[in-house]
Design a binder for this molecule. Structure first.
Ligand code: FAD
Length: 329
């Protein structure tokens, strides 16, 4: 039986949380096609990470690539292609992150397989797994069946959050090491520079009020700031176009390439609900959306949907808040 391989995402020191989402999807897939799961840790030999994963009872392979210092797309593609040529997996699960997006499509080409980007759900038809991915800016989902193996599913972070903490198996899985010497990765790493610091406020806030392109103009940001100030322990966020257009610094950006947030309440103001934005907010306990388009995709993921012009709504809300707080009332 061909195995299902999970490419572990890590930062060289620790396993990143998205790996557990990949393992969750692998388990769902394995239950349907009755295949074993193999966890692959690429990079340098990582015994601590391997021990941590092997406790789940799954076979774990350390793909020790010598001659590289940290992530290197050329080396990853070559080393993984070599391993998978031997392992012959039916499915390879990779995180749809900056790293995964960098190496997975090229790896699919080398393996003469398929790559499906942005996978956000797994469905079944007559025992055949179908992967769904958002299209038309998240308004619809396409269902895709791989026509070649191996099928690399690039999995959207937050799409397969496991409801349970993964339990240790009675017996740890076997750990193997495969060493690949790499002399010419083709790409030279010059160094690492920290990105603009993420908004600490976004991490700590109980309520996040985020502004999107529906705001219309930069001058209207003040209205959303004032709206956010009405809530205790609140912070402001924005969708990516507002950062790209220079309205707000990057540390305010929420989404797959910005901050992933998990407040008690997330209020999206004039945000359409692209898959990239949703990936950053699905950990929120309650999502409230205000959008003038009744068919906006974000309403499909919201607990409260308010169809309104954002500035009109904020003015009305502020008027009510002022009357409620009026001491003479
Ligand atoms: C690789 C990649 C990574 C990305 N990463 C991110 C990311 O991390 N975060 C992110 O946000 N995006 C990200 N994006 C961009 C993403 O695809 C979308 O383009 C973006 O999220 C759209 O932002 P928006 O919802 O503010 O704008 P739009 O999609 O333009 O939506 C504006 C919304 O406002 C509504 N609206 C218009 N007027 C009003 C009004 N007067 N009152 C109320 N509502 C109104 C409209 O109906 C619409 O739904 C990424 C894209 C790529 C390709």
């Amino acid at each position: 039986m061909k195995p299902i391989a999970v490419v572990v995402e890590h930062d060289g020191k620790r396993i990143l949380p998205v790996t557990h989402e990949l393992i969750h999807l692998a388990t769902l897939l394995a239950n349907g096609i009755h295949a074993p799961i193999v966890l692959v840790i690429p990079g340098t030999d990582q015994p601590d990470m391997a021990a941590e994963l092997a406790r789940l009872g799954m076979r774990t392979i350390c793909l020790a690539i010598t001659g590289i210092d940290g992530y290197n797309s050329g080396a990853y593609k070559t080393a993984l292609a070599e391993l998978f040529a031997t392992l012959s997996p039916s499915h390879i699960l990779v995180a749809h992150t900056a790293t995964g997006r960098d190496f997975a499509p090229g790896l699919a080409v080398r393996l003469n397989g398929t790559a499906i980007a942005g996978v956000n759900n797994l469905l079944w038809e007559d025992g055949v797994p179908l992967f769904s991915r958002p299209i038309f800016n998240g308004a619809k989902n396409a269902l895709i069946q791989a026509n070649k193996t191996p099928c690399i599913a690039m999995v959207q972070p937050s799409a397969f959050l496991s409801p349970e903490v993964p339990a240790s198996a009675p017996l740890p899985g076997p750990i193997e090491t495969m060493e690949i010497k790499f002399s010419d990765p083709g790409i030279k790493r010059l160094g690492t520079r920290s990105a603009d610091k993420r908004g600490d406020d976004l991490e700590r806030a109980t309520v996040i009020v985020s502004a999107g392109r529906g705001l219309g103009s930069r001058e209207n940001l003040g209205a959303v700031e004032g709206f956010a100030a009405l809530f205790p322990n609140a912070a402001m966020g924005v969708s990516r176009p507002l950062v790209d257009d220079g309205w707000m610094p990057y540390r305010f950006q929420v989404g797959i390439t910005g901050a992933r947030v998990s407040p008690e309440v997330y209020i999206a103001c004039g945000i359409s609900g692209s898959s990239q934005h949703l990936a950053g907010i699905m950990g929120s306990k309650t999502i409230v959306s205000i959008n003038s388009d009744p068919n906006a995709a974000i309403f499909n993921h919201s607990d409260y949907c308010i169809v309104a012009d954002i500035l009109t709504f904020i003015s009305a809300f502020e008027a009510i808040a002022a009357s409620v707080n009026d001491p003479d009332r």
